[in-house]
Design a protein around this ligand. Structure first.
Ligand code: MEV
Length: 387
C-alpha cells in the first residue's frame, strides 16, 4: 500500500543542558541513531499506532501534532502510524523530539501546503503553516488556528519535499515538548533533530555562526528567548567520536526539569551554577569552532561538575563517567540526567566503549553530527488536502 516515511536523528547535548531552559547557551549534535515514522491511510476508521488503536492521552506528542496538522474537524481522515528506530527511549537522547520532528514532517508531506505564490516554498508565501517567520503563528498555543494568514487571494498547492520545512518541524516539535514538560522546554532537542549536524543555542545572535531563527516561550518562570544557530565544524583532520553509555535507568525529562526548577525556588543562589554552565558552554563553543577537541573534552568534564552540583547526576552515571575518563578527552551526563545516558568524547571509541560496558553501561558510538530530518519514501502525492 502507498505510504510516506520520514526519519529524524536522535541528539546528544555536549554543553548546557538544564541551563538552556533558563536562556543560557547550549550545544547539541545529531546522532547516527534515528527514528522513522511511516504513515498510511487507516483501513479501520480509527487512528492506529503500530497496528493497535492509538491512545491519544498516553501519546501527548503524537496527539499534539495531530491536533495542529491533521484536524479531524476539517475532515482529516485517521491514519495508521508506524514507528521504528534505534534511539533508546527516556534516556536523554532526544527520542521524543526525533519522533515529533519526523511525525511533523510526515504529516506535512501527507497534506502538502497551501501557498500564495505558485511553486514558492518561501515561508513568506505560505498561506498556512507554523514557522518563526510568520508572526501571527503561535505554535505553543494548542488552540492555534489552522490558517496562519487569512487567505485573500488565489492559493496554490505545494506537494513533496518542497512542502516540508525544517523550521516548521522544529517549532512544532518544540511546542509539543513544551506542553509535555509543563511549559519548560528549550528548543535544543527539537532544533537538533530537525536541522541535524551541530546546533548551538545562545542568548545572543552569534556572528560567527549560521543563525537559523529565534524562539520565544513563556515558561512558568517568565519569558525566554533563544537564538538558534548551525555550526560548521572541521573534524576531518581529527578522528573524534562520541561514545554514549546508557545506564538503563529511565529518567523522564519533565521530572528532571521540574526538579531543577524546585531547587532554584528553594535556593535562588543556585542560579549562579546555571550562569556558570552558560559560561562553560560558551568556552566549549569556541573550542569546537577552532577544532580544539582536547579543550572540548576538558570543558565537558567541567560542565559535569556543575550538573552534579544541581543534583541531576546519579551514582550510575558517575560510575560510567569514571570508567570512560582514562581513554577519553572528557565525559559528562547528557540530556536531563538522573539516569539516562552519559557521553564521552574520545579518539579511542572501541576502548572507551569497552570500559563503559565493563562498568555496566550499554554503549552506542556516533560521529559528531548527522543529517537531520530526511524524507525516506513518499509514493503518494498527499493523503488529505484541506482546500
Ligand atoms: C533535555 O534533553 C535537555 C534539557 O535541557 C531540557 C530542555 O532543554 O528542554 C534538560
Amino acid at each position: 500500500m502507498s505510504q510516506i516515511s520520514v526519519s529524524a536523528p536522535g541528539k546528544c547535548i555536549l554543553f548546557g543542558e538544564h541551563a538552556v531552559v533558563y536562556g543560557q547557551p547550549a550545544v547539541a549534535v545529531a546522532l547516527d541513531q534515528r527514528i522513522t515514522v511511516r504513515l498510511q491511510p487507516s483501513q479501520t476508521g480509527t487512528w492506529l499506532l503500530d497496528g493497535n488503536r492509538l491512545n491519544m492521552s498516553r501519546n501527548p506528542h503524537i496527539s499534539g501534532l495531530i491536533q495542529k496538522l491533521w484536524p479531524a474537524n476539517m475532515g482529516a481522515p485517521p491514519l495508521s502510524i508506524h514507528i521504528q528506530g534505534n534511539i533508546p527511549r527516556s534516556s536523554g537522547l532526544g527520542s521524543s523530539a526525533a519522533l515529533s520532528v519526523a511525525l511533523a514532517g510526515a504529516l506535512r508531506l501527507a497534506r502538502g501546503r497551501w501557498v500564495t505564490k505558485q511553486n514558492s516554498s518561501e515561508p513568506n508565501d505560505w498561506a498556512e503553516g507554523f514557522g518563526s517567520q510568520i508572526d501571527s503563528t503561535n505554535a505553543y498555543d494548542s488552540s492555534t488556528g489552522f490558517w496562519s494568514q487569512k487567505p485573500t487571494s488565489q492559493l496554490f498547492h505545494l506537494t513533496g519535499k518542497h512542502a516540508v520545512n525544517d523550521d516548521e518541524n522544529a517549532i512544532l516539535a518544540h511546542s509539543v515538548e513544551a506542553a509535555a514538560q509543563n511549559g519548560r522546554a528549550s528548543p535544543i532537542d527539537s532544533s537538533t533533530c530537525s536541522h541535524g549536524e551541530i546546533v548551538v543555542i545562545s542568548d545572543n545572535i552569534e556572528p560567527e555562526l549560521t543563525h537559523f531563527y529565534q524562539r520565544n516561550l513563556t515558561t512558568p518562570e517568565g519569558d525566554v528567548t533563544w537564538q538558534i544557530h548551525g555550526i560548521e565544524v572541521d573534524n576531518q583532520s581529527d578522528d573524534v567520536y562520541l561514545v554514549i553509555g546508557n545506564t538503563g535507568i529511565n529518567a523522564p525529562t519533565g521530572k528532571q526539569v521540574a526538579k531543577v526548577a524546585k531547587l532554584l525556588q528553594r535556593q535562588p543562589e543556585k542560579i549562579e551554577v546555571i550562569n556558570t554552565i552558560g559560561k562553560i558552554a560558551r568556552r566549549g563553543i569556541n573550542a569546537l569552532m577552532s577544532g580544539d577537541y582536547d579543550t572540548v573534552g576538558r570543558t565537558m568534564s567541567e560542565n559535569q561538575l556543575m550538573l552534579k552540583s544541581i543534583g541531576v547526576s546519579s551514582p550510575e552515571l558517575e560510575e560510567l563517567i569514571k570508567a570512560a575518563m582514562p581513554s577519553s578527552l572528557g565525559a559528562k551526563l547528557t540530556g536531563a540526567g538522573g539516569g539516562g545516558c552519559m557521553v564521552a568524547l574520545t579518539r579511542n571509541p572501541v576502548l572507551t566503549s569497552d570500559a563503559i560496558e565493563l562498568a555496566g553501561g550499554r554503549t552506542l558510538i556516533s560521529k559528531l553530527g548527522c543529517r537531520g530530518l530526511t524524507i525516506e519514501t513518499s509514493d503518494i502525492d498527499t493523503i488529505w488536502t484541506k482546500s
